[in-house]
Design a protein around this ligand. Structure first.
Ligand SMILES: [Ca+2]
Length: 199
């Protein structure tokens, strides 16, 4: 029993995801500008699914597997927002990110376009960084513009002072620690990337 609990509490690594900017998004409304936010869903699937690019509904609850950005306007929005996901120690297979852009509305946020960051070949025992422009599709599978996302992965072994036993109950403390670590570990890299893409 104890061994199982320890394995579940262990962290495999941290995945920092920076949503930089999108270009040529489809227009969401007849009148006015898009009110775009991006939702990133971490998929801990044994294999990435083939249907990653279409996500019809916005998941309201923010949790460790689903996070969203603030709203930025127009068809070429710049978010430059960083989020962090933890990969549980029990996870063996690859990970993927489902990326969905929504037009925020008081009543119901409408899907604008989506795509996937396929990380199935990524080595989760080493640290790496990947910058990618991802093609987006709308609900009818038509061209939906492009989005630029930076992923930086930090394996647990690199997180020196972070204890191996990971207390899933101390969610708030954990989130703060992870955010601090990711900021420190990826801050320089992200600013280099930003200047590279002109932010
Ligand atoms: Ca709108």
């Amino acid at each position: 029993m104890l061994a199982t609990a320890a394995a579940q509490d262990r962290l495999k690594g941290l995945l920092s995801v920076t949503v930089l900017q999108a270009t040529d998004l489809p227009k969401a409304d007849w009148i006015g500008e898009n009110d775009n936010f991006v939702e990133i869903d971490l998929l801990l699937a044994p294999k990435p699914t083939t249907d990653l690019h279409i996500k019809r509904t916005h998941t309201v609850a923010q949790d460790e597997r689903s996070q969203r950005t603030q709203v930025q306007y127009g068809r070429n929005p710049v978010w430059n927002e960083k989020m962090a996901f933890s990969i549980p120690g029990t996870h063996k297979g690859p990970v993927s990110l489902q990326i969905s852009v929504f037009d925020e509305d008081i009543h119901r946020s409408e899907f604008v376009a989506g795509g996937a960051f396929d990380l199935s070949t990524a080595n989760l025992d080493k640290d790496w960084m990947e910058v990618k422009w991802i093609d987006l599709k709308d609900l009818k599978d038509r061209d939906g513009g492009k989005i630029c996302v930076v992923c930086h992965y930090i394996p647990e072994s690199m997180v020196g002072y972070f204890q191996k036993k990971y207390n899933a109950k101390a969610a708030e403390v954990k989130t703060k620690i992870i955010q601090g670590l990711v900021t420190r570990a990826t801050g320089v890299a992200t600013s280099q990337i930003n200047s590279m893409v002109g932010l």
